[in-house]
Ligand binder design. Sequence first.
Ligand code: HEM
Ligand SMILES: [Ca+2]
Length: 672
Amino acid sequence: LKVSSGYHIVHNDHLQPRGGNFHGFGYLQGTPSQFLLGNALPTGLADTSPAPQNPFLSIVNTPRAPPMPARIACASPPAVCEKSAYRTMDGSCNHLERPGLGVPNTKYGRLLSPKYADGISAPTRSVTGDELPSARLVSLVAFGEQDVPDPQFTLHNMQWGQIITHDMSMQAGGTQSKKHPTRCCTDDGRLVGLDVAHKTCFAIIVPPHDPAYSQVGTECLNFVRTLTDRDSNCQYTGGPAEQLTVVTAYMDLSLVYGNSIQQNSDIREFQGGRMIVEERNGAKWLPLSRNVTGDCDAVDPNEVCYRAGDVRVNQNPGLAILQTVLLREHNRIADALAALNPHFDDRTLFQEARKINIAQYQHISYYEWLPIFLGGENMLKNRIIYKAPGGSYVNDYDANIDPSVLNEHATAAFRYFHSQIEGRLDLLSELRSVLGSLTLSDWFNRPGILEVGDNFDSLTRGHATQPEELTDINFDRQIKHFLFRRNMPFGSDLRSLDIQRNRDHGLASYNDMREFCGLKRASSWEDFGDLISPQIIATLRSLYASHEDVDLTVGASLEAHVAGALAGPTFLCILTEQFYRTRVGDRFFYENGDKITGFTPDQLAELRKASMARLLCDNGNNIASMQPEAFKTVSGSNPVVPCSSIPQVDLTKWIDQNVQPPSDHSILFGKK
Ligand code: HEM
Ligand SMILES: [Ca+2]
């Protein structure tokens, strides 16, 4: 692949068919693909089943699927906003003139108008009018599943990305813990007849000879469409369908605190400013769910299953670890503030601790994490961050910027980092030697494993040591064939879900987005060659009828990366736009020097010392050492050191100046 200087080259050689010219797979003719049966066949998943008699899927009729559980709630921000020092729970009044911006149950933003097949809401089709190639076929053929560790970044780097994701958006009507109540496929993997399927069904058709699913006769992967403004009683203002997101768009740790006063009340202690934690086996854990079999993949109602500000908390062990760390951090701060300011009431302690916790999290996200993804230079150039030293403010809040999460971001660009997921999770000792490991698909929605023995700390160290998977065209088998498998031999395929979701949301095409991002609009397949290798273009050509059909989530995932960043130019353009809006459109961003909402310069200078390493040191059960840059693998320049040598945020800067400080500050410096 030849690309203009400044771009990395992504190697995809293993994806190429063995020898010969290669023009299409002939699936529609029912001819088995040489390619699928050959190179893409994962070892251990041998396809020994005979070719089906009928190349078309068998369609069975089952009783009508139950209706969607509930219509989407209405966002009801106050008509007039008070200027408070603290964020509201639902994000309302962050924007003072448009109080409903960024609140739950509102539309995603969009950079480009949707491309629905019927112009209104039907999933995208080919420019020929035919259906696009099966999302599963595209997942198998255009993407690999090789295990390529990234020598630079740890699994916490991947995991923090999911934290930010869950803070910023959640598509309406979905579920990730239990089987979706709307069934578009039967339990034995057949398509539910279109005449009886629920109107939100958009099942993924599995191609014949699928290397995994054909072994068990699965022809259909369940897929339920995201609810839109047209499904809502209060959001629809005409025009094509816009999907709804059910969490606050702001980076406000809504996943920790909840997205409404109601959700928050359920997880808040109402004493000492603390959030509810429950003591089990001598440690403090997230409180238990009140609906274990609903919220987790639990067989036994006594299994550990968590309750948090976000229902996805239980989805995977690494996520539950960071949710726990962020929750414990809140209580650590609240306790320290209570010791420094004995006159603070519960509400003040709660809100001040929340404000500090969010500020540290925003700092880590923008200054420690995002530069890895977007490149530090690119961030400075696009004013996503500044070289703001000490306590100096960044006062560029802009009420003209819409902080909503872009559909192109949540449904395509940010999901590219699913490539970083690793299917094996190591358990490590304090000296970082491997004690054992877990297989991801055994532990989806089963967080109880964290509370067994020393697993919480061992997995936390594992995530700080193990490399994440390289950000490339490979998606780990654990999420490509075994996602949420629930004791079954196979599960779903996350890359297929990403592709199908792209069509469900009617995202503009890869070519449209290239043009929007200032790249050359392709007028032929060859024109993609500036960023995509000729071999991959040939693969795409065999799948899609036209170069105009290439889905955004597919094409942009196949681009060579921009130097210093973890994405190609098209995704980088979307991500850059999103994280600019998320910062500049947030009136409460921690670097803002507003007299009422902001911090003092002294406090801001402290907050800028926050780090991922310090968070992990302070909130493990008993973690005594960490490398200073926890998103980066351990190396000579990033060695594991005692926690005591990792900088701390000095909370004495939060002593209320109007009253006498207490004499003993030891609580703040007590830790290791
Ligand atoms: C083990 C780790 C992870 C698992 C199992 C996982 C799984 C999922 C699943 C099942 C969905 C919903 C798919 C659909 O029905 O459309 C989803 C959505 C998403 N994921 Fe992940 N994910 C993981 C990590 C990540 C990471 C590391 C990132 C980014 C850095 C990410 C970004 C996203 C985004 C942006 C969405 C859409 C959110 C929305 O607006 O609803 N995920 N993920
Ligand atoms: Ca949020």
